[in-house]
Design a protein around this ligand. Sequence first.
Ligand code: MN
Length: 395
Amino acid sequence: LNNISIQQSPKGIIILGSTGSVGTQALEVIRDNPAIFKVSVLSALKNSELLIQQAKEFKPEAVVICDESKYLEVKTALSSFDIKVLAGEDALSEVAVYPQGDIVLTALMGSVGLKPTMAAIKAGKNIALANKETLVVAGELVTQLAIENQVKILPVDSEHSAIFQCLVGEEQNEIEKIYLTASGGPFLGKNKDFLATVKKEQALKHPNWVMGAKITIDSASLMNKGLEVIEAKWLFGLDVAQIDVIVHPQSIVHSIVQFTDGSMKAQMGVPDMKLPIQYAINYPDRLKNNFKRFNFLDYPNFSFQKADMETFRNLELAFQSLRKGGNMPCILNAANEIVVEAFLNDKIGFLEMSDVIERCMEEINFVENPQLDDYLETDKHSRILAAELVTKNIF
Ligand code: MN
């Protein structure tokens, strides 16, 4: 490291979604490195209690509570602090462009991340992207906008962080293909008869990663991997045929790049989201930490196997949506958000989630070259149809 890179003042981090799993882990990283990072903005969907607690500790310029009914509670609790309090989803786009913020960590859940991410990119802010739905819904639009504004999109998703880290120093070289690793989730090896009867309590028990409910269900159904395939296409400019999924139940190899000479690079480590988070927000420098180190003797065997896309149809549907292109991944994602919510509320079975998504992909109007408005329309229509199918029990 050269001596010119001495940090002048801490890097301002705008956290969209600070009370979720990634948000709280990002705050742990920031808490451990006060000379390097400071919090510029915190935001929460509805967890006002935790948001208030975080705001008192990290003293950001502003906080956003998306649930407007909780505005007064937050405002009152922070009245003795010099912190601006905003409410409503639209406020996310407002704080995403705050001049005090150097980087925006998008740790929101679902397609609600799209608009604030685009606003931040237009304002020239680098994005630490944990909200994969943004690229799933409108990957082409968002990556193009990032290029136009010379903004970096730094992946926080562990697989994409792995690929990204493997590509450092390889700027001149072409990727032949990538392998996204998948743990297989709690239902690895199970058949359809078993899956037909599973309940959310079983699906919420992920073997390796501790995450929010939505992504944990997506991991159990392999939709998470499907969304990650789409995310990878846009992040790394790949064709669908260059992206493969390989099940690796130990979750130590986080993903693999294969170059045109057949050489492969993998990034490995103990599964801990704090590592990709800190790599993204401190890129290009690595930060020292005391996280648990990998011990080979704990893992005498690594294994790899084919992903079972016949049983876990969501992964196949995601590949299909990407091959079709246009607004198809947006349809898939919106329908998925609805069916996951329905599954979590015991309104729909595990396998029926795929049936609803497939119906939406068949019935929602296909748009080959969508613009932002088309994506927003598609997102809305797909949600309405999916909810209708769930309510009426038609798949
Ligand atoms: Mn991931």
